[in-house]
Ligand binder design. Structure first.
Ligand code: CO
Length: 151
């Protein structure tokens, strides 16, 4: 019985360690829906993360042609020019191969999820990054800032 207890304690401790290793700052889940809206205005990425994973969830029901959402990351200084180009890419779900795009998800309609993982070494300390939805007219209410922070 004592041994069983010990195993349980070890198990809990290992579980706790697992939580620490998978630091919440190495990933974020962003929820959107049938409004022009998402729930995450700012993201901090720890420089101890090797990779960073963004999970975009569309909790709504409208199709991507009507209420499409994606998540596009770029340097803040590149974002405006980039967005002007992406908005014209209707046949390509408002995305292209522009090298200024650091990472992006797929364009989602209601009920869909897209996950993107990128190498944190692509980010620099002190550099301002922005993320946005490139679906036309969505950027005003679907944008945010991303920052690499030192841990
Ligand atoms: Co959108």
């Amino acid at each position: 019985m004592k041994d069983l207890f010990r195993y349980l304690v070890v198990g809990v401790l290992l579980g706790a360690t697992g939580v620490c290793v998978a630091s919440p700052r190495c990933q974020v889940t962003i929820h959107s829906d049938d409004r022009i809206h998402w729930d995450t205005p700012d993201i901090k990425v720890s420089n101890v993360c090797e990779n960073f994973t963004v999970t975009l969830v569309h909790d709504g029901q409208l199709s991507k042609d009507v209420m499409g959402h994606n998540w596009v990351l770029a340097k803040t200084e590149d974002s405006e020019a980039l967005l002007r180009i992406l908005i014209a890419e209707k046949d390509n779900d408002y995305i292209n191969e522009d090298p200024r795009i650091i990472a992006h998800t797929k364009l989602l309609g209601g009920g869909q999820v897209s996950v993107v993982t990128f190498d944190v070494s692509k980010l620099q300390l002190g550099q301002a990054y922005s993320f946005f939805c490139s679906y036309p007219e969505h950027v005003k209410l679907m944008q945010g800032t991303l920052e690499l922070i030192e841990d």
